[in-house]
Design a protein around this ligand. Structure first.
Ligand SMILES: *[C@@H]1O[C@H](CO)[C@@H](O)[C@H](O)[C@H]1NC(C)=O
Ligand SMILES: *[C@@H]1O[C@H](CO)[C@@H](O)[C@H](O)[C@H]1NC(C)=O
Ligand SMILES: *[C@@H]1O[C@H](CO)[C@@H](O)[C@H](O)[C@H]1NC(C)=O
Ligand SMILES: *[C@@H]1O[C@H](CO)[C@@H](O)[C@H](O)[C@H]1NC(C)=O
Length: 412
């Protein structure tokens, strides 16, 4: 039994929310539902590790992990306990910093999962796994849920760039997040999980918020939780308000006008690859001029860093004295002080500013002299990834009704 401070709130909007929004948000008929839920900090998370975060992104999108980065990770893993500053730690404890509670089954089984807009499976640790692969996670026990039903003949498998995979079978059961309940949700019960998941005792699975087209259930892909609930929401959207060094929140079905400042910049979404894809028109470094440079990428809450085209990344680091691509770290590194310039990217006619202090992802040495950059190359992925480093700066609307993304500034 784990004890987490779990704060769930929900608001049932009455009228007019959509009408108040510039940017044509498509509402469902009637006023049905909304929910708001706050993340919890993963108590197992100890410190940030830049190269691991970068390697995880390459793995997720099937890109080859560059040799130098592979070497950094191997060195790190060979040192099962090492001193990093004042903490002595296991190598795997730096993966997912914030998680979100959900419940499955009847009576409800409470699990804590990673909300991931860059994938579309809801999969969880389960009683079908070998006991030796369960290291403290809470597991879904379908046999202890009176509403669970096996989805006969269905299986799922997610493979990663390094050949590892998670896989299992599928149940239909009741799933509740916040105040929203889907009675017939496909819950993918793991039989096998890849090692990076096994090692984190607090992360019980993933809840994909990408598009159903990339759900991996065979022979018939299953709807995501959001696809199942969206018609019951006031508006067919959810918002991510991720925070720097604090739990963020996800809201479903409404846009909270108090959560952002200024206007929302809307940009069309290309979901042809199952992702929340969009094209940014360009970027600026610090107070420099805006440079037109089309960058096609996805908004991905399940990736930590901001991964951009090589030319953009080198243009940014060129403006920082002492910044260099460091093969010993497998990425760009720069002096932690002074604070690097802001990075600005365009969203339609608007701009999003990533403050320089958020570009300093994590120190690479115990003296905190050099920092691993939160902006790195998207090499081999085929598109850019607007991960948490970008998302945390903004209030971001994932609007499935209007097939658009909205980015707005907020108080940081
Ligand atoms: C769920 O929604 C109801 C309104 O139907 C509201 O009264 C209640 O407070 C909400 N529950 C939570 C946990 O937010
Ligand atoms: C099944 O659920 C009940 C009620 O929540 C709980 O008391 C019991 O421990 C569960 N059994 C198992 C094997 O998890
Ligand atoms: C927001 O949009 C309105 C209408 O397009 C415009 O008049 C206003 O200046 C904008 N505000 C900001 C802060 O950009
Ligand atoms: C950049 O793009 C904008 C909008 O398309 C255009 O008005 C502007 O002239 C371009 N700037 C340059 C330097 O090409």
């Amino acid at each position: 039994m784990r004890l987490f401070p779990v704060f769930l709130t929900a608001a049932f909007a009455s009228t007019g929310i959509a009408a108040a929004i510039p940017g044509h948000v498509d509402t469902s008929p009637g006023n049905k539902g909304t929910a708001s839920l706050v993340q919890v900090r993963n108590p197992n998370f100890e410190f940030r590790h830049g190269p691991l975060a970068l390697a995880k992104a390459y793995k997720k999108f099937g890109a080859p992990i560059p040799e130098d980065l592979r070497a950094v990770i191997a060195r790190f893993r060979r040192t099962p306990k090492r001193d990093f500053g004042s903490v002595s730690t296991d190598p795997e404890k730096h993966d997912v910093e914030y998680l979100t509670p959900i419940s499955i089954g009847t009576p409800p089984q409470d699990l804590i999962v990673d909300f991931d807009t860059g994938s579309s499976d809801l999969w969880v640790f389960s009683t079908e796994m070998a006991a030796s692969d369960i290291k403290g996670q809470t597991v879904y026990d379908p046999s202890n849920s009176s509403t669970s039903q096996i989805l006969q003949g269905s299986t799922w498998e997610i493979t990663y760039g390094d050949g590892s995979s998670s896989s299992g079978d599928v149940y239909i059961d009741t799933v509740t997040i916040g105040n929203l309940t889907v009675p017939n949700q496909a819950v993918e019960a793991a039989k096998k999980v890849s090692s990076e998941f096994t090692e984190d005792p607090n992360n019980d699975g993933l809840l994909g918020l990408g598009f159903t087209s990339i759900n991996t259930v065979q022979p018939t892909p299953q709807n995501t939780f959001f696809d199942n609930i969206k018609e019951s929401l006031d508006a067919r959207l959810f918002t991510a308000d991720l925070k720097h060094g604090a739990p963020g929140s996800y809201n479903f079905g409404y846009i909270d006008p108090a959560a952002y400042i200024g206007n929302i910049s809307w940009t069309p979404v290309d979901n042809s690859q199952g992702f929340w894809g969009f094209t940014s028109p360009g970027y600026a470094v610090g107070t420099g001029a805006f440079r037109n440079h089309s960058m096609t990428g996805i908004a991905d809450t399940g990736t930590t860093l901001l991964l951009l085209p090589k030319s953009v990344v080198s243009a940014y680091y060129k403006e920082i004295q002492g910044a260099e691509y460091d093969s010993d770290q497998g990425g760009y590194v720069f002096p932690c002080s002074p604070t690097p310039p802001d990075f600005v990217f365009g969203v339609n006619n608007g701009i999003v500013t990533v403050p320089g202090d958020m570009v300093s992802y994590a120190p690479v040495d115990t003296a905190n002299q050099n920092c691993f950059g939160g902006i790195q190359r998207d090499t081999g992925i085929g598109f850019s990834i607007f991960g948490d480093v970008a998302l945390k700066t903004s209030f971001v609307v994932f609007d499935a009704g209007g097939l658009q993304l909205g980015w707005a500034a907020k108080n940081l």
